[in-house]
Design a protein around this ligand. Sequence first.
Ligand code: BES
Ligand code: ZN
Length: 600
Amino acid sequence: MTEKKEVANAPEDVHSFAKPTEAVARHLDLDINVNFDEKVISGRATYQIENLAKTDHIIFDTRDLVIEKAYISDSLTETTFEIGKEQKHLGQPLIVAIKPETKSVTIQYKTKPDAAALQWLNPQQTAGKQHPFLFTQSQAILARTWIPIQDSPGIRITYSANVKVPPALLALMSAENPQQKNSTGEYRFFMNQPIPSYLMALAVGDLVFSPIGTSTGIYAEPATIAAAAHEFAELDKMLVAAESLYGRYRWTRYDLLVLPPSFPFGGMENPRLTFVTPTILAKDRSLTSLIAHELAHSWSGNLVTNGTWNDFWLNEGFTVYFERRIMEQLYGKEYADMLEVLGYQDLQHTLEELGPKSEDTRLQLDLEGRDPDEGLTDIAYEKGNFFLRHIEQAVGRERFDLFLNKYFNTFAFKSTNTDRFLEFLRTELIKGDEKLARKINIEGWVFSPGLPKDHLVPASKRFEQVEQAYNSWKNGTPAAQLNTKDWSSHEWLHFIRMLPEPMTTQQMAELDKAFHFTNSGNSEVLAAWFLHAIRNNYTTADQALETFLTNVGRRKFLVPIYKALTATPEGKKKALAIYAKARPNYHAVSTSTLDELLKK
Ligand code: BES
Ligand code: ZN
């Protein structure tokens, strides 16, 4: 174990075939055509490479790609290549013959229509219903399904791209972006800051741009842009808050792209252009902590990157911590406390699900032999966050912030890993203070399962009022008379999560009549309420549930709902019937999880 690490210094990534210590890509020039009729991306990927070991081959990751030709050097001399054996989850290595002095490699390829990173939407699946739409989701190891690439977060490349799309559509990437369509459908992109492959991103659709500040703005379909501009009007303030905490924003612009509802995640931190689900368009700006989260990734994740998926907590734990600091700065401690309590509930839930002794509840993971997608849980997010909170509490916020600033500056545009972070923690913060080291308890937090006993248990003043209201309802006060004035979606979420199991139809109906949960426009509230509706067989919500499941593709909502449905034979029948209809609307990221869940 230690041996491996020392030799490479770049930790070995068990999810990539590439051998970056031998031959590594530094720059990509992508030249592709997007064909909606055939659902195929085709073209060439030209890499500037460094042949460090003067070897006779360079290895790229591929999965479900058709590799047509390979060339070396700028004069495009055809070369031979070999496609290695398929490995579960990982795809196949593409081994291209090179010379010791080779500086560039070109691969001519095309994708398959069911490439896992790509979701091709027909017009009916968009807000405008007029034009098709395509988007990519490369994290964790799906970039290799649309580009032959050294698909490891420990390897960074700059890139440029020529992308040809139907002239009615706009193309956007995780790069410097156009703000309007042109008549040719040919777009040129530059990303001259080195990024890991999982941040390669492309979206193509009927998109318009609406500025917020001078370096921020929103892309969305025309039908969605006004709602999005209203919802995210405070984006600039978020950016200012983030910069005041951990230093200058390094990626020039920060724009958002609002995707169709089938987007499988809440958000994806593609550099310069965060992709977001439209399910956070709640009208009241109550779900914008998700934007703070994706913005925070501009530091934790995109600037300082987890070197392997085993170190995922370095991306997500830091980002959750940072997200809540941004929200605290903008909306106050009481607001951030609510997020912290909800996060703590999520953590407890995940610990229960995985079991407190599960190896997957350690911060440093061991995902060898598995699809990283399966092992990336709330542990990285929330246990990671609470570990950082714990350190913050031990050394004081001021000192911790200085430390974090230094961390981001020291590792900027680099990939790192758990061991290197811990070394930095020891030399820059603990500095031989044994009492502090014991208090911080690296072993307990990072390498042991479960939660150390002395972890911080968050509390929320605003939630105390929710708990009071809940208790008086339990003691007989009619729901309609509860004091729920000024509750945000967080208070509602807390309230709904507290509701007892089981409830009578009468109770469900009373709550619904008073608070209109079934018809809520807030996706978080809806998703939490549906769980009770399912468990209590509250059929009034059936239609709304089906509509939700057929429109929304966000995995975080789908999985618990389908899971709840499958708890009874009738529910399972319902689930399968809805899934049959809804499945074509879901991205491969969601269907791969749900196929597994529903076949059991
Ligand atoms: N980078 C993640 C999404 C991700 C993680 C995609 C792992 C693929 C593999 C993104 O930043 C994220 O965490 N999104 C969350 C929202 C966040 C507020 C917790 C999501 O999509 O729910
Ligand atoms: Zn994240």
